[in-house]
Design a binder for this molecule. Structure first.
Ligand SMILES: [Zn+2]
Length: 255
């Protein structure tokens, strides 16, 4: 069995110039925090503090700038998380804290109300949401490793152990974006599980026509069934603007 941390194994003392070296539970190396329990939480928390520090600096100095300037500054200073592509073993709350920090700084900088949803504003300004940035950084690392001309890296990538690893498998695999049992009833043929979608609904009555634009970060299929249930359940009539409109039509007896 592998030891869970350095405390579980007996290590001999090491000396340099007569001074005994201390054994520590975490150590910063090249800007990254390596911890003895093999977790990335310290690194995630460090990035969280860094986002607040950089964000506060932006708020102090550039709060009254135009939206376009603030957008560029936010993208340059707050939309990069050092070594984020390497995080794989951390508590969910650490990552949530970082996302909250990112969203809070964005709200304050753009003068948005506290606790408002930030996704529509990110889309309206053509900026990337936290999860999008993370995904892009991970993908960029994937590509750099797989396409690297470095002899050592390319040898490792081609070795049997690496070839069978998840990284290569995921790279070759075409993602399955529909999980419907009856494919002919799929709400978005062949693509119902895709996420981060902007969609349009048209409500047509005998003498009226309304368009509803929605967006969702969750799988489209989930959002679709949530809309359907809000049309049939009066308790959920206030869930969305679309359900409010449908129930208004129902109450008026319009078809
Ligand atoms: Zn489907």
């Amino acid at each position: 069995m592998l030891p869970r941390s350095l405390r579980d194994i007996h290590l001999p003392s090491f000396y340099v110039n007569g001074s005994r070296l201390n054994i520590v539970s975490k150590k910063g190396y090249l800007g990254y925090i390596i911890s003895s329990n093999d977790k990335d939480d310290f690194a995630v928390q460090k990035e969280c503090r860094a986002v607040y520090a950089r964000g506060n600096m932006l708020l102090r100095k550039f709060k009254i700038c135009s939206t376009e300037v603030k957008k560029q500054l936010f993208t340059s200073y707050c939309s990069f998380f050092y070594c984020c592509a390497l995080w794989c073993n951390f508590n969910k709350t650490s990552l949530q804290d970082l996302q909250v920090a990112y969203n809070n700084i964005f709200r304050l900088l753009m003068n948005l109300p506290y606790r408002c949803r930030v996704s529509p504003h990110f889309i309206a300004l053509g900026m990337n949401h936290f999860s999008v940035i993370r995904r892009k950084l991970v993908h960029s690392l994937y590509q750099r490793i797989l396409l690297s001309k470095n002899t050592l890296i390319s040898t490792l990538v081609r070795c049997n152990h690496f070839a069978s690893s998840r990284m290569l498998l995921e790279n070759d695999k075409t993602p399955d974006t529909c999980n419907c049992r009856k494919k002919e009833e799929c709400p978005l043929p062949g693509k119902c599980t895709i996420q981060n979608v902007i969609y349009e609904a048209k409500v047509t009555t005998e003498n009226d026509y309304k368009r509803y634009i929605g967006l969702t970060a969750m799988p489209f299929k989930k959002r679709y069934s949530s809309h359907k249930s809000s049309f049939n359940n009066r308790d959920k009539s206030n869930q969305t603007e679309l359900s409010k409109h449908i129930w208004k039509l129902k109450d008026e007896g319009t078809t």
